[in-house]
Write a protein that binds this ligand. Structure first.
Ligand code: FAS
Ligand code: PHB
Length: 402
């Protein structure tokens, strides 16, 4: 592009979400030059609410990078979850079952901390960029073209990482044959709220109710995060705070327990889908996180899968700089192997806990009673609970390794 500023770095990271920011810190710690190029504003990035649960592996990686100070201050260690159905609530104790825990720490707080740490160490992070294009991916020096406040930029680099989410240009830059993907849409969505009220539970509650799924999560001891299953075409405008709390009281209520209500400070509806690209690399382009895969949030795997990808990719990039390209050559296969295990778990949790209203009354009744049977088996079988616990607390990042 004429008139472009010609610049260079080693790794061009497209996207400043959890995947891009975490990868940037892995590279920074090893002294590898990089630039993170983000489409939105810093304010928009910091305003996105999204995920809430970190697997043990994610916490361990952040700690190894010295990025767990805020997490240790504000994160809430959870020893398990509650499964609830037919008015009964059962605790699945991860600690007792598999000796692992999870940490409740919102994606918003994580992104803010990762970004603040990039600011502190002087990382090269560009915001409000447009016109992102990549070329030369099959050469040893690909180029990322974009426009920022300074004008058009041609950034030559060694490697391009598409950490730009489901709607990014990373996956679109793969050749057509590599853009094959497998996906399924679910016939429901999640309506999520943040409320200024102390959580009414210690561990997260996942509830199957005839009216639909509901979940009680949290962000701190002062802020609750709650979700309701709604139809995929629902409008948030049709859900007053009162209607939301009424549905939550119905779906989460059990004898002897009270759900405290409070001011709703954020509410949104998120569609649910499963999506997996067939390939996460092409030449010197590598995809990580939502750019390559999407899971329904029921298993709390979206954010954690993004971190798992960059843990693998970061190691491979450091090996590449040392002259060993084995990690990069096998990255796509290893990351996807782990991701399919995550996909099946997220699908299993989703189907077990959501009301399926397709089919006639008999088919709907059969589906619901099968789910109750499934939940009765899981809550009474130690083996089933151990399987749930080891997957929810997180498979090893190297799970995909051959
Ligand atoms: P992200 O989408 O977070 O980040 C990608 C970044 O790339 C964005 O900042 C975007 O602006 C930028 N970008 C895109 N195109 C670009 C371009 N052309 N140029 C430059 N930058 C570009 N997961 C859970 O576990 N639990 C949840 O409850 C949950 N709720 C969610 C709710 C919503 C509405 C969404 C969308 C996702 C939710 N997720 C949840 C999943 C979410 O947490 C993702 O898994 C996580 O953000 C993945 O991180 P990244 O891969 O970094 O992608
Ligand atoms: C959340 O707190 O946002 C959350 C927790 C667990 C999930 C999904 C979302 O499975």
């Amino acid at each position: 592009m004429n008139g472009s500023a010609r610049e260079s770095t080693s790794v061009a990271i497209v996207g400043a979400g959890p995947a891009g920011l975490t990868l940037g810190h892995i590279l920074a710690q090893a002294g590898v030059p990089f630039r993170i190029i983000e489409r939105t504003t810093r304010e928009h990035l910091l305003g996105r609410v999204r995920a809430g649960v970190l697997e043990q592996g994610t916490v361990d990686l952040l700690a190894s990078l010295g990025l767990d100070a805020d997490l240790r201050r504000r994160g809430l260690t959870h020893h398990g979850i509650y499964l609830q159905y037919e008015g009964r609530r059962h605790h699945v104790d991860f600690d007792e079952l598999v000796g692992r825990t999870v940490t409740v720490y919102g994606q918003q707080a994580l992104v803010a901390h990762l970004l603040a740490e990039h600011d502190r160490i002087g990382s090269d992070v560009r915001f409000e960029t447009t016109g992102m294009q990549v070329d030369g991916l099959t050469t040893s020096s690909p180029t990322v073209h974009y426009v920022d406040a300074s004008g058009p930029v041609e950034l030559s680099c060694d490697v391009v990482v598409g950490a730009d989410g489901y709607h990014g240009i990373g996956r679109q830059s793969l050749p057509a044959a590599s853009r094959v993907a497998w996906e399924r849409a679910y016939p429901y969505a999640w309506l999520g709220i943040l409320a200024d009220v102390e959580p009414s539970t210690d561990d997260l509650i996942y509830a199957l109710h005839r009216d639909g799924f509901a979940m009680h999560s949290m962000r701190s001891r002062e802020v609750s995060r709650l979700y309701l299953q709604v139809a995929p075409d629902e409008s948030i405008d049709d859900w007053s705070d009162g209607r939301i709390w009424e549905a939550l009281q119905t779906r989460l209520g059990v004898d002897g327990w009270t759900l405290a209500e409070g001011a709703v400070t954020e509410k949104s509806i998120t569609p649910m889908r499963s999506f997996v690209a067939s390939c996460l690399s092409h030449g010197r382009l590598f995809l990580a996180g939502d750019a390559g895969h999407i899971v329904p949030p029921t298993g709390a795997k979206g954010l954690n899968s993004a971190v798992a990808d960059v843990a693998l990719l970061g190691r491979a990039l450091l090996d590449h700089r040392a002259g060993d390209d084995t990690g990069l050559a096998t990255y796509s296969e290893r990351a996807l192997a782990r991701q399919w295990k995550v996909q099946q778990f997220s699908q299993w949790m989703t189907q077990m806990l959501h009301v399926h209203d397709d089919g006639d009354a008999s088919e709907r009744g059969f589906a619901y009673r099968s789910q109750v049977g499934q939940l009765e088996y899981v809550t009474r079988s130690r083996a089933a609970q151990q399987s749930l616990a080891e997957q929810y607390a997180g498979l090893p990042f190297s799970e995909g390794a051959a």
